[in-house]
Ligand binder design. Sequence first.
Ligand SMILES: Cc1cc2nc3c(=O)[nH]c(=O)nc-3n(C[C@H](O)[C@H](O)[C@H](O)COP(=O)(O)O)c2cc1C
Length: 309
Amino acid sequence: MKTRITELLGIEHPIIQAAMSWASSNAPLVIEVSNAGGMGVLAAGPMRPDDFRNALNQIRAKTARPYGVNIPLNNPRAPELLDIAYEARIPVMVASQGGPREQLPRFRSIGTKWLHVVASVEHARKAEAAGVDALVVDGAEAGGHPPPAQVSTLVLVRRVAKAVKLPIVASGGAADGAGIAALLALGAEAVQLGTRFIATPEASVHENYKQAVLAAEVDGTTLIGPRTLPIRLLKNALTERFHASGREDQERLYKEASLKQAALEGDIENGKVEAGQSAGLVEDIVPAGELVRRLARELEEARRRLASL
Ligand SMILES: Cc1cc2nc3c(=O)[nH]c(=O)nc-3n(C[C@H](O)[C@H](O)[C@H](O)COP(=O)(O)O)c2cc1C
């Protein structure tokens, strides 16, 4: 399938593995996805500079295909991570949380394609005006940080597609080819999946985390955190305590618990088990490359089904 995104990035399928702190902060997942014709994205946010450099070296050694790097621009360590990404001449930047204007020119000068993550019409317009190559539009179903206003992917992607000319990668809620087809029908030109890729052997989270995603139903997630920047995660002892607490205790609980605790230590009761509503659609652990090929097949089936109606 050819779209403006597959052409821009030079990938075979309109399928992107979303950046996920810890889960995709390692080379193998990115390599497998990119080698299968999708695009893998390394989540640099939680990585130490040396680990980041090593992962980039591994990726470059094991795939000749395009890959992306996600850097949250408001991360205090972003300047260092950006320098490393620049030195490595990464093919694709997936930037989140912060404006692109300052960094765009130097990455442009080395040919990097810049995808900018947005979660509102206003930010989509701003990113377009700043000159990015494409947008990643995150809807409310998404794991991690969904839009504070909680507009669903179904509505937000459609609205942004009407508001801007740039090609869009839809993000949030897709776990199979039918979901990808639905988001392409709205005007997206590729779809990014996060939660679905947690259930792969290559995702670097604890086995408990993967099993929790498999066990979750579609109503198995909730939101916690500040109203201006909530996170979506699986319901557990932490989210129960959070919702039963007053504001001060909520702030403390939110600060004390971490994604790392769940992802690396396997404490899925007291840690932040970030995942999207699509966890309820995930039924098996599949090698990442096989998953990309399966998603591409399912997408074709969904197109055929629609055409036959
Ligand atoms: C465990 C987890 C960690 C995430 N970490 C990041 C991150 O570091 N940077 C980022 O831009 N988005 C992050 N996200 C959001 C994803 O990139 C993506 O928007 C989301 O997973 C899409 O929704 P889905 O999970 O329904 O596919 C994270 C999501 C999850 C589930």
